[in-house]
Design a protein around this ligand. Sequence first.
Ligand code: NAD
Ligand code: GLY
Length: 364
Amino acid sequence: MKDSINVGLQERSYQIDFGPGIISDISESLAEINFSRKVALITNVTVNALHGERLLSLLAQAGFDVTLIAVKDGEEYKNLETLSFIYDELVKAGIDRSCGIIAFGGGVVGDMAGLGAATFMRGVDYVQVPTTLLSQVDSSVGGKTAVNHPSGKNLIGAFNQPRLVVIDTDYLQTLPAREFNAGMAEVVKYGVIRNSEFFDWLNHHYQDLRNLKAEALVHAIKTSCQIKADIVEIDEKESSLRAILNFGHTFGHAVESLTDYQRFLHGEAVAIGMVVAARVSQQLGYCEEADVARISDLLIKLDLPVEVPKFPLSEYLEAMMHDKKVADGKLKMVFNKGIGDCLISQLDYPEVEFKTILDEVKGR
Ligand code: NAD
Ligand code: GLY
């Protein structure tokens, strides 16, 4: 039942394994990469309560010496204080550079454990075992790790590729539906920017995905990871191409920031951002109105928001100009070319391009 793809990055290459129930084979998978038998299992209290015991016992039965480190659950704990707690626990457990770290949870745990692995004793090998849809299709792949700073998200981080990613789709059985749908926004993103056949497939199979049908989940997650892996192989450190993964994120981040990160999950804000990006793309002649409608309709079918929250244009523009992606005071954005292709371009007159869209909102 196990399916795999490879992320080819010379000496930093690694495999991503997919399938329902594949966590049962974790010890064999770790042995295949000669992973240390002394490991720290970093998770959060929620994932630990649901799935920690099973993973601990699988590892213990196979003779691994495991120290469990469970952090508090929430984006608000993705900070230097929690990272410092992780360092303390790693020291207490006697972890050194010959040991390993397993990141077990959603994107918050994965990003934080990955940064811990990059920095503790100047680097410890780590493996990602992602348990949310977002982390299975996005954050566990590609090596971006980070914690937040009070002045911005993911400001303190490092590129640090894992040695292996183990994606057991059965973990999604316990994921709240809202979190699942938010992860689907990133899946739709891959279809829009890179693969129109996949976008069509999602339109036909979104119900199977929502019903957690294993075959459909594996196909969607594997295709998403393959698209991301292909991009990361070309541009690991986001000097050019990798930035296309930010489709919908420029406006999405502004939505998150204007709503104080309280009203929308990240994927929900990205859904709104993708529809706005598609509308701007249409205004600039990169796609048709029908493409915007198809993107919006699929997101609606996935119970994702597509309505732009009412804030003045000036506030949106200011929030977008604070984005990490702004270079030399110029806003760069990803535009979809039809469905299945995209381009990155500077937006010279954002106040004009976004005005029409926000005027439509005001008029409703
Ligand atoms: P998350 O890690 O906060 O997980 C969402 C919620 O689901 C949490 O409450 C978590 O405890 C719970 N959960 C996790 N697995 C579960 C399971 N199997 N069953 C039930 N509940 C479960 O959020 P996320 O959406 O996974 O990740 C968001 C984070 O990822 C953000 O911090 C973002 O910056 C980061 N991110 C990183 C990258 C990257 O490339 N590194 C890409 C995208 C997002
Ligand atoms: N989530 C975007 C990236 O990994 O580059």
